[in-house]
Design a protein around this ligand. Structure first.
Ligand code: COA
Length: 369
């Protein structure tokens, strides 16, 4: 018995920006970007909100919307009754609104009348964290004795969505070429017969060198000084205090993504290996039992590096970032939706999904499809 994936969907904004188009913004070129990352283009949400992308992906995962003509955006065992969704978790760091949460808005828009909904931020590992939390909640609920006075949950919608184009510094060539916008969603349900999710590993490592940061909108604008006196237009003292308590240099407290690329690269390639090794060890399975590894799609070179360290051929890994770039929390569910829809993942296959991101976070899941 376990939590099993029964539906997947993805949604990308209409506008696709090729590498060459970025030359108008920063000193870069297609050759550099492709060789260093494997990325050719990314989608940028101009007219689409985070909520719209999330709802499009979720509707496909629920089987309540027709898949796009490429046939690779959705897979669903059978259409799911919206009223049967007990839980919505939305992994995102770029929701349109702080309140209501993106998950609460998804619930409202899709008419998931019985669901409890909340957001979760674990950056690019968010979908793995979200699926793991959903798995724990379904497992705990399904272990309850008959008649227990606790809320029961059988079916969950987990969405990974990000629209990082809004928080990128488009003058910073070391970050703006890497990311894209998008959404991916999965419906999971408790299955008394099938193993579903077999092993999970979540880790958070202290980012002591502030290698990946982006300030929140709370960074300034408190109307009081420390004695409670009302401030005029003077500089906000809470900003300096905040930087001090977070141990972050003020110049890193910009509300755009700051990244120390090489440090993140080293962390990321180690995290991929550690996540894969952890779920294999927990499950008692070996790499030969695994049909496909679906890693976070940040940079093809990170995946190659991990493959080399694990002594695995690259064809054991799904690489699908060429036309999406790094879509943050959406990356793993987009890749999974494509792999299920195209038949790369078949029923009974054992799969590892693994991701890493700011925090620093990483996580992996081993499941049977
Ligand atoms: N176009 C052209 N040149 C660029 C460039 C760009 N977009 N970005 C950086 N460069 C330049 C640098 O300025 C540097 O020039 P210099 O040698 O004259 O100083 C040179 O290219 C090499 O830069 P470096 O940072 O050493 O490149 P790299 O091989 O480490 O690749 C990243 C840079 C960002 C692609 C790589 O470090 C990376 O992928 N890191 C992890 C990022 C990531 O996955 N983040 C998300 C985690 S969820």
């Amino acid at each position: 018995m376990g939590t099993r994936l029964v539906g997947l969907g993805k949604a990308l904004p209409k506008l696709e920006i090729e590498n060459d188009a970025l030359q108008a913004l920063v000193d870069t070129n297609d050759e550099w970007i492709f060789q260093r990352t494997g990325i050719r283009s990314r989608h940028v949400a101009v007219s689409e909100s985070t909520l719209e992308l999330a709802c499009d992906a979720a509707a496909l995962a629920l089987g309540s919307a027709a898949s796009a003509s490429d046939g690779e955006s959705a897979w669903c065992e059978e259409p799911i009754d919206p009223a049967s969704i007990d839980l919505v978790i939305c992994a995102t760091l770029s929701a349109d609104t702080l309140i209501p949460s993106a998950a609460a808005s998804i619930k409202r828009v899709l008419g998931l009348e019985n669901a409890v909904a909340f957001d979760l931020n674990a950056a690019c590992s968010g979908f793995i964290y979200g699926l793991s939390v959903a798995d724990s909640m379904l497992a705990a609920s399904c272990a309850l004795p008959e008649g227990a006075a606790k809320q029961t949950m059988r079916r969950a919608l987990v969405v990974g969505v990000d629209r990082l184009s809004r928080i990128l510094d488009w003058q910073d060539r070391s970050t703006c070429v890497l990311f894209g916008d998008g959404a991916g969603a999965a419906v999971v349900e408790w299955d008394a017969e099938a193993p579903g999710i077999i092993a999970t590993c979540l880790k958070t490592i202290d980012d002591t060198k502030n290698t990946l940061t982006c300030a929140s909108i709370f960074a300034s604008n408190t109307p009081f000084d420390e004695q409670g006196k009302l401030l005029g237009d003077a500089e906000d003292p809470s900003y300096a205090t905040l930087c001090e308590s977070l141990e972050v240099e003020p110049e890193l407290m910009k509300s755009t993504v700051h990244m120390a690329g090489q440090s993140v690269f080293r962390f990321a390639s180690r995290a991929l290996c550690s996540g894969i090794e952890a779920v294999l060890e927990q499950s008692g399975l070996t790499i030969d039992d695994i049909a496909l590894i679906v890693p976070h799609q940040a940079n093809e070179r990170i995946i190659r590096y991990a493959a080399k360290r694990l002594d695995l051929d690259m064809d054991r890994f799904l690489v699908s970032l060429a036309h999406t770039g790094n879509t943050s929390a959406a990356s793993v569910p987009i890749a999974l939706a494509e792999a299920y829809a195209s038949g790369k993942i078949k029923k009974g296959d054992k799969i590892i999904a693994v991701a890493f991101g700011a925090g620093l976070t990483y996580g992996a899941l081993l499941f049977e499809a």
